[in-house]
Write a protein that binds this ligand. Sequence first.
Ligand SMILES: [Zn+2]
Length: 140
Amino acid sequence: MVGWGLGRNGEPLKERVKKRKPTVRSLKRRLDKLYSEIIRKRGICARCRKGAERVTLQTAHIISRRNLAVRWDLNNGIPLCYSCHFFWAHKEPIWFNDFAKEYLGEYKFEQLKMRAKKIKKWTIQDLQTLLTQLEKLKET
Ligand SMILES: [Zn+2]
């Protein structure tokens, strides 16, 4: 979150942040953070099986997050530790691809690929709706 401290005159910064209208950019940033938190809640690295108490988990995207159609698709995220993420998933995309197919199961994997082929234009309203959905999901 952006500065929750006090401003120069002692006013809470939170208030100023709140008043600002959400932009596509700020909503995307909040969605990225929330999405990652939800994926990491699975608690262990999907590859080496080390738990969050031993390693810092990250969220790896099966299909690049540059693809906006599936950037916040819950089937597109896999919790991986830093090592598996950067030294394996990013370095060995072929094995990561096979792994992702097994992780999701063939059907979900193919469905994800289909969704990724669509061009998705997100409006502010769409992003806000998704944010609300993910916020609810995070609590469950
Ligand atoms: Zn790992």
